[in-house]
Design a protein. Sequence first.
Length: 754
Amino acid sequence: MTTSTTSAPAEVELAIGGMTCASCAARIEKKLNRMAGVTATVNYATEKAKVHYAGDVSVPELIATVEATGYTAREPEPVRAEPAPGTESAEPADELRPLRERLVTAVVLAVPVVAMAMVPALQFEYWQWLSLTLAAPVVTYAAWPFHRAAFTNARHGAATMDTLISVGTSAAFLWSLWALFLGTAGTPGMTHPFELTIARTDGAGNIYLEAAAGVTAFILAGRYFEARSKRKAGAALKALLELGAKDVTVLNPDGGEWTIPTAELAVGDRFLVRPGEKIATDGTVVEGTSAVDASMLTGESVPVEVGVGDPVTGATLNAGGRLVVEATRVGADTQLARMAKLVEDAQNGKAQAQRLADRISGVFVPVVIALALATLGFWVGNGSGLTAAFTAAVAVLIIACPCALGLATPTALMVGTGRGAQLGILIKGPEVLESTRKVDTIVLDKTGTVTTGRMTLLAVHTGAGTPEAEVLRLAGALEHASEHPIARAVADGALEKLGALPAPEDFASVPGLGVQGVVEGHAVLVGREQLLAEWAMALPAELATAKAEAETAGRTAIAVAWDGEARAVLEVADAVKETSAEAITRLRALGLTPVLLTGDNRAVAASVAREVGIGPEHVIAEVMPEDKVDVVKRLQGEGRSVAMVGDGVNDAAALAQADLGLAMGTGTDAAIEAGDLTLVRGDLRAAADAIRLARKTLGTIKSNLFWAFAYNIAALPLAAAGLLNPMIAGAAMAFSSVFVVGNSLRLRSFRAAG
């Protein structure tokens, strides 16, 4: 634990213990924010406080402030993908066990109490004394957490939901004791009917043991299922953190092997990945070829072929051959760790609507206590009898739980961001969700986003009688000796179709024009048309037409000749991704106008736009990298709310300027850092899925808040008016929290389109 003070701004995340409702979180947040140089956000659902602090504030002082408020705080232990040494056989702690034991006790004992109170036929001669015997352990042992929390809060001059529950159930129980021992309720043969609303009597013959026991059981049940649901809501993040390999086989420089825990890997280490094993950390393949299944990180079901020089990501599965990988990032720098951090940060955030709910929860409990006292006074002053007044006041105390308000946003965020991580969509925070609702224009960087970002051989046009395979073999062999991107595209295309290429002789590069050499005894030229002209060769009419059409479409045309005759024209370009056209259709279905943005010439941009279905009026070409942010500003100046999708360093400023930045996870760290949403897989369809998920999560938050507010607004007047039995009020209150969490859990069923 940090013990020294610091003058530089710093951040810490504290695990908070003892919170039982949203008003607890509001109190802690308020106390921390009163400290000089401290900005804190406390999340009831995740039970964490994210604290920014500066000046002379230290972490122990932050913890002391939380403890002085009546709660516990500590710096959370780092989550490990592998068990700590010596704990492999230890059983995981059952955090819900104490709550479950109290709930079982409450239910077993409260059911007969409630049954006897509800069914007059069960009210035998001394039934009221059996009810007291059964209800006493419920109100004391089972409800003890409420009483303890209420006492702690009272010592600190505060009131929370536990105060309402403790006061309400204790009042009902103590009234019943008075009626039994000092009133007429203890008379043998006493009966009274069960009513949903309040009966107006003098109260001497009325007991409320069923309300005290029933409310305790209902609220314990609500808290138990709420706690279980919260654990389910965070399960996606936990599963993400546990994806990594636990052990790794490291290679010695002399070829020896030994197994170490993944946590001990260092950058530069070379490790072995056998078929069926997980890749231990981010790295580069230095030996072997294989297919890698990245579905657990990206949601992409099709394995990706990798070979020497290709990057691989930790936690992905080697589905094919043997690989040797050199580690490039380890520990917290890996993509898996960064994904988990993004998800956790998002879950700890608060939407604007939730901040309003938190402010309401912070003052809600004192207002409710005042309302309960006012209700008591009104009914007594109205001559309705002390019993009716007391019952109405207890119902007000019990019905008014603000827990549903506190759970509305965090649970939806936990489930939504966790589900997104499983699909390769990382949401940075709740404010991002609010941005997705407003955007109406989506700017798409061309290279690496709509297109593959690398030159690809797209077509081969041959002269009369010339086989395509021969063109590829001779041209591919010559280009394979060059490092030029266009040459690499031709060579890779030839290798993909033929599998092997002959070795060239007398290879020479002609700057600015192409390459020449001898392949299998043929004198071969590959390059611009001017290169052929230097050797007194010209393209036949059909090949000249093919070249002109390729250049009109914005592609690079390469002439191929051998033995003194022009034989073919090759088309090379940055190929459009197969899924881009479908992605554009999906984005339009979400009400977005796609705009293609590129630094390429207009012909190339127009060709790509036609291929994916973007109209010429929505193409912005020949834009310098530094001017992309100006394009976004101009669109915003026209009144549009702009989303931007990009993957390069030159996209980072535009991503930050946009109302919503979507960074392709296959791109640069700068772009990912600047984006609001990160799409782990390099598929533009993920952008549509991300916006759908974000909007659905925001919709869930809003529906949660609506029902939580509507419940309290509707229920409090009913309770104050004497139209709710306290036990029914307790059941309704417990249901409201369970409903909000259950509604959030529906996000787990979100599916990526297609």
